[in-house]
Design a protein around this ligand. Structure first.
Ligand SMILES: [Mn+2]
Length: 338
């Protein structure tokens, strides 16, 4: 049966029921069900499955990209080894966090097991993504908590000698370890910047929930990190001196030619992600985020990959927003190819 982009979606296991297989795919979406170090609310490991399920509800027209549905997108099955390791290690991490909160003595062996499982996990993501990249695929990683992209960033660094990251997030994620977890969701960009010299620049936007240690790290590395706080962005708008377009141009201009997008859904206002791991009031509106992403391509930059993380699974609404963002990111990833 021929694919009809105007019809309802078939639940065929592919994103939005699209008719493409792995061989024909230009963009591969890789679900990563991992949330070992979550510190507040769990559920994001089931985010990818919830996004896939919600995706069948989407229509295929994109307001920016003609015939977006012709983008060959393929949703890869979840890696069972990752899901299993998450299930095995998450209870150990949860017990560690509980002991910390009760000010009990630290069980060092337990902590060691969590940290070495995270090393193993990062390597699994590296192996999956380098294989896809070497096959010429563009990859979108679907988390999971925000610790998931480290292995993917290392794989991109093998193929791209220099690239920048646009991070949309309520949090800086610049802590040097958090709760003694070396590979915490709260440390992802500290770890990325410290271990991947190919990352020439990190531009953080939407930041509104942070601590002095992270702000100090950002200002100590001001040649490598641009931080646009949410209060800073809104103040410019409230005072009427800048349009959102001008603010976006200022953001995009901090980025080099090759751009990776790391989208933590808590960068949006919490009405769009009520069940995310650590929701924070404020944040971008949906159309604002889409406008900014579109501007990266229009500026002539190349999007080399993306992740979407921290999508909650407790309600279909979080997954609905997550699925729409996934589609937009995937078609922009394909369309920006130079
Ligand atoms: Mn984050």
């Amino acid at each position: 049966m021929a694919f009809d982009p105007n019809s309802y979606a078939l639940k065929n296991g592919n994103f939005i029921g699209l008719p493409y297989d792995f061989a024909s795919a230009q963009v591969v979406l890789l679900p990563v069900p991992w949330e070992v170090t979550v510190s507040y609310r769990s559920g994001t490991a089931l985010g990818p499955a919830a996004i896939l399920e919600a995706s069948y509800q989407l229509d295929l027209h994109d307001w920016d990209i003609p015939n977006a549905w012709e983008t060959p997108i393929y949703w890869q099955q979840e890696a069972v080894a990752i899901a299993n390791l998450n299930q095995e290690i998450r209870p150990l991490a949860a017990a560690h966090i509980e002991a910390l909160e009760q000010a009990q003595n630290m069980d060092k062996d337990r902590l060691k097991r969590v940290n070495s499982a995270c090393v193993l996990f990062n390597d699994m993501v590296y192996q999956h993504t380098i294989k896809l990249l070497r096959l010429g695929k563009k990859v979108g990683l679907i988390g999971g908590d925000h610790s998931v992209p480290l292995g993917y960033l290392k794989a991109l660094a093998v193929l791209h000698p220099s690239f920048g990251i646009l991070q949309i997030d309520a949090h800086c994620d610049l802590r040097a370890a958090y709760e003694s977890f070396l590979y915490s969701h709260a440390s992802i960009f500290y770890n990325a910047l410290e271990s991947i010299p190919q990352i020439s620049h990190l531009t953080q936007i939407g930041i509104r929930d942070t601590c002095q240690e992270e702000l100090d790290y950002a200002s100590d590395n001001v040649d490598r990190i641009s931080l646009f706080s949410m209060p800073g962005i809104r103040t410019k708008q409230f005072e009427g001196s800048f349009s959102f377009h001008q603010i976006c141009l200022e953001i995009v201009e901090t980025l080099p030619h090759k751009v990776y997008i790391s989208f933590d859904i808590d960068g949006l206002e919490p009405s769009l992600c009520p069940n995310t791991g650590t929701p924070v009031p404020g944040g971008f509106r949906y159309q604002e985020a889409l406008y900014l992403i579109g501007l990266i391509r229009k500026s002539g930059r190349e999007i080399i990959g993306f992740d979407l993380c921290e999508v909650g699974s407790a309600s279909a609404w979080d997954a609905n927003v997550g699925a729409r963002l996934t589609y937009k990111l995937a078609v922009e990833l394909a369309a920006s190819q130079i």
